[in-house]
Design a protein around this ligand. Structure first.
Ligand SMILES: [Zn+2]
Length: 126
C-alpha cells in the first residue's frame, strides 16, 4: 500500500515560480512517491496546482501541499493513521466522562457535608 523511500514514478508537474530554479513557473518531470503518483498526476491534469507531495512512507500521513496553502492528507486505514476525527471524538467522550465524574464527586461531597451538618444540628438540639 505504501512505497519505500526512493520508490518513485515520474510525473509531469507544474513547478511554481518560487520553487523553480529559473524563477519562472515551468513544467517538468518530477519523481513522485509511486504509491501516490496517480493521485498527484490526476490533480495536476485536473488543473490543481501543487507545491509538494509525500506519501509518508507508513511513518506519517501522506500529504499533498497545494499552491493555495491548503494540504490534502492521505490516510490509510490499514496503517491506523486515519482516525483524526475518531481521535477527536474519543477526546470529547473522555472530556464528557470527566465532567460527569466531577459532577458525581461534587454531589457526593455536598451530600456528605449536608448529612454531617444535619447530624451536628440534631446533636445540638437533642
Ligand atoms: Zn509511498
Amino acid at each position: 500500500m505504501v512505497c519505500e523511500p526512493g520508490n518513485t514514478r515520474s510525473v509531469f508537474v507544474k513547478i511554481p515560480a518560487d520553487l523553480s530554479c529559473t524563477g519562472e513557473e515551468r513544467w517538468k518531470h518530477a519523481q513522485i512517491d509511486s504509491c501516490i503518483a496517480d493521485i498527484v498526476e490526476a490533480l495536476q491534469q485536473g488543473g490543481v496546482d501543487m507545491r509538494s507531495s509525500c506519501c509518508g512512507h507508513g511513518k506519517t500521513f501522506g500529504n499533498i501541499q497545494l499552491q493555495d496553502g491548503r494540504v490534502l492528507l492521505i490516510l490509510i486505514p490499514e496503517l491506523g493513521n486515519t482516525c483524526i476525527y475518531k481521535g477527536r471524538g474519543d477526546n470529547m467522550l473522555k472530556q464528557l466522562f470527566g465532567q460527569i465524574i466531577a459532577l458525581l464527586v461534587a454531589v457526593m461531597l455536598a451530600t456528605t457535608i449536608l448529612s454531617a451538618l444535619v447530624g451536628l444540628f440534631r446533636a445540638g438540639v437533642g
